[in-house]
Design a protein around this ligand. Sequence first.
Ligand code: PMT
Length: 335
Amino acid sequence: LARWADLFLVAAASADTRARVAQGIANELLTSCWRGAAGEKAVAPAMNQQMWADAATQANLATLKSRGIAVFGPGSGVQACGDVGAGRLLEAEQLADLCADQFESGLLSGAHVVITAGPTREALDPVRYLSNHSSGKMGFALAEACVEAGARVTLIAGPVHLPTPARVQRVDVVSALDMLAASEAAVAVAKAGSSQPVFIATAAVADYRPAQVAAQKIKKGLKDDTLDITLVKNPDIVASIAEQADKPFVMGFAAETHAVEAYACDKLARKKLDLIACNDVSRADIGFQSDDNAMTVFWPDTQANEGVARVELAKASKAQIARELVRLLAARLTY
Ligand code: PMT
């Protein structure tokens, strides 16, 4: 029990538990494991506001901090006993974020990463649209991984049902044209304010939109068995960012169902990308909507066979894949 964890967090840590670990007492399972654990350690205090203010409580806390033990919280507010003040245990999500902070790699410190995520919706009329199955999970996982790596992150999200990751600036958009405008604005800020601007395009952007959006709901004609809709091509967001004169580092994605490598390499060259991560979206266990993914990543490399280097990322959670993508990305940056 003591050996496997990278971080040992006691949550909730009572005044008594903190006093015992501060004193080095190890007479039951929790405190024995604590003393035997070699990884990082943290406590999340939870107690009555008067107990929190007590001198012994504060002295024990100072001892723990002096030994490099992280203290998460406490929060403040109404307490179980009816008192109001400091001593509330932080929420589970806050504790999870603080745990993640302990492992910040700094791989992207100084970088401003702009990420597109999710689908776009292309309106047909006030009640209908064309779209696709993207949930946004891959892009949101990348946003979290980039924050974890120390980057400033702007996340441009199509219509998805996901909470905004901590410390991420989110811009919600609907259509491909909205996403292009938001991407150009965010990339301009990234270029002006950071030594390393990066653009990552995970969004499943609709390639076409209806040429005309009906102002009112399109009605069925009594004799009509078919409906013709003319579509026009949407701008290619990632390609247009990669065309910019002082372009950021640009990473694209490729969603393929067959000839995965050939199509991915074609997109890498045609869209002038610095890196492309390709997933097979014909598989139900990865890609669209799944919590997992598997990728083949390609980038230009004059030393490699046919001028393109490649790495396979085996199936793992999108959070894990995102961390591995960040490592590959950081290794390609030159700032
Ligand atoms: O959102 P999830 O449910 O988690 O699913 C993740 C995902 C499958 C959507 C993701 O991993 C993925 O593959 N994203 C790219 C989807 C896509 O549109 O691929 P594509 O091969 O059609 O496009 C190639 C690249 O061009 C992509 O980086 C895309 O964002 C970009 N593009 C495409 C069209 C367009 N008009 N503008 C673009 O920027």
